[in-house]
Ligand binder design. Structure first.
Ligand code: ATP
Length: 303
C-alpha cells in the first residue's frame, strides 16, 4: 500500500509546488499557455544580483507567431529606480512583466538583470529575485498570519508582525478577535480590495526582493484608500528596482520615469512634467483622464 501512495505523495508535492508558484501570478498573469514551457539551460548558474538593474534590449514577442505584441522594445531600468509603464489597454504592459518573470521567452532580443541574460540563469533564482504585488491578491483559506508568512519560507511571528506594520495592516489585524490567527476566506474574515493589497505588500516585504513589479489596482480602491496605499508602496519601492504597470495616470506622477508603450515599442519616455510639455501621447492620455475625473467628481457632487 505504501508503494501505491508514494507516487501520490510526490504528485501532491509537485502540485503544491506548482500551485504556490502559480498563485502569486494567478490574477496578474491569467495564463492560457499555448507556448512551450521555459526550461533551465543545463548547468545554468543562479542569478547573481549586484544592484538589480533591468534592461530590455530589442525585445520582440508575440503569443502567436503571426501577431507580434512587442516589436523591438528597448527599456533601461537603472538599479533602484521606479519606472511606470503606461499605454492603451492591450499595449503589452503585463506582457512585459510576464517576460521579465520568464513565463515566456522572448522571440528576439534579450532581457538582462545586472548584465545576465535571464535565459542563462536558473528560473528559481530569477523568480526569487522578483516580487510581485498583483492587482487582485489571491488569499488562502487559512489564517491571516499564514497568508502573510507565505511571502518567505520559515518566516517567524516577529517577521510577520513587522511586515504587517510596514504594510500598515497590523492595526486592522490586531483588532480582529483572534488577531493573526483569524481565518480569512469564505467562512472567515472578508477583506476589502485595499486590505488584500496590503497583505500582498506585507508578503512582498517578507520576501525582500531586489526587483519589484507592481500591477496597480484599477478601480477596486476608492481614492482615499488609493492614496494611503500609494504611501505604503513608496516605502516598499525604496531601494528596489521597480516596474509599475499603471492603468491610471494619477498614480504615476511621482515615478522617476514614465514609459509609454505604443505599437509594441516605447513611444515616449520621461518624467511626468517632461511628457506633459512634449504634448504627445502621454499628454493626450493625461488630459483625457483628467476630463474623466472631473466628470466623475461632478457626478458625485450632484448625488
Ligand atoms: P491592460 O491595460 O488591458 O491590462 P496590457 O497592456 O497589460 O493591457 P497585455 O495583457 O500585455 O496588455 O496584452 C497584450 C496583448 O496580448 C493583448 O492584445 C492581449 O489580448 C494579448 N494576450 C495577452 N495574454 C495572452 C495570451 N496568454 N495568449 C494570447 N494573447 C494574449
Amino acid at each position: 500500500l505504501a508503494q501505491l501512495f508514494r507516487p501520490l505523495d510526490l504528485l501532491g508535492m509537485v502540485y503544491r509546488t506548482i500551485r504556490q508558484g502559480a498563485i502569486d501570478m494567478a490574477s496578474m498573469f491569467d495564463l492560457i499557455d499555448t507556448r512551450a514551457e521555459v526550461v533551465d539551460t543545463p548547468g545554468a548558474p543562479p542569478l547573481a544580483i549586484t544592484r538589480g538593474a533591468v534592461r530590455f534590449e530589442g525585445v520582440r514577442f508575440g503569443y502567436d507567431p503571426d501577431r507580434a505584441i512587442l516589436k523591438g522594445l528597448d527599456l533601461d531600468i537603472p538599479a533602484g529606480s521606479t519606472v511606470a509603464v503606461v499605454g492603451a489597454s492591450g499595449a503589452g504592459k503585463s506582457t512585459l512583466a510576464r517576460l521579465l518573470y520568464r513565463f515566456y521567452d522572448v522571440d528576439a532580443g534579450r532581457i538582462t538583470i545586472d548584465g545576465q541574460d535571464i535565459r542563462a540563469v536558473t528560473q528559481g533564482s530569477l523568480r526569487a529575485a522578483i516580487g510581485i504585488v498583483p492587482q487582485d491578491t489571491v488569499l488562502f483559506n487559512d489564517t491571516i498570519g499564514y497568508n502573510i508568512a507565505y511571502g518567505r519560507e520559515g518566516a517567524g511571528d516577529t517577521d510577520v508582525r513587522r511586515a504587517a506594520e510596514s504594510a500598515a495592516i497590523a492595526g486592522f489585524i490586531e483588532r480582529q478577535p483572534e488577531g493573526y490567527a483569524t481565518r480569512v476566506g469564505e467562512r472567515g474574515l472578508k477583506l476589502s480590495g485595499g486590505e488584500k493589497q496590503r497583505v500582498a505588500i506585507a508578503r512582498t516585504l517578507l520576501k525582500n526582493p531586489p526587483v519589484l513589479i507592481l500591477d496597480e489596482a484599477t478601480s477596486a480602491l476608492d481614492s482615499r484608500t488609493e492614496a494611503d496605499i500609494l504611501d505604503t508602496l513608496e516605502a516598499v519601492e525604496r531601494g528596489r528596482t521597480t516596474i509599475v504597470i499603471a492603468h491610471r495616470l494619477s498614480t504615476v506622477v511621482g515615478a522617476d520615469r514614465i514609459v509609454v508603450l505604443d505599437d509594441g515599442r516605447v513611444a515616449e519616455s520621461g518624467t511626468h512634467a517632461e511628457l506633459l510639455r512634449r504634448g504627445g501621447l502621454y499628454a493626450a492620455m493625461w488630459n483625457r483622464q483628467a476630463a474623466e475625473r472631473a466628470r466623475g467628481d461632478e457626478a458625485v457632487a450632484a448625488e
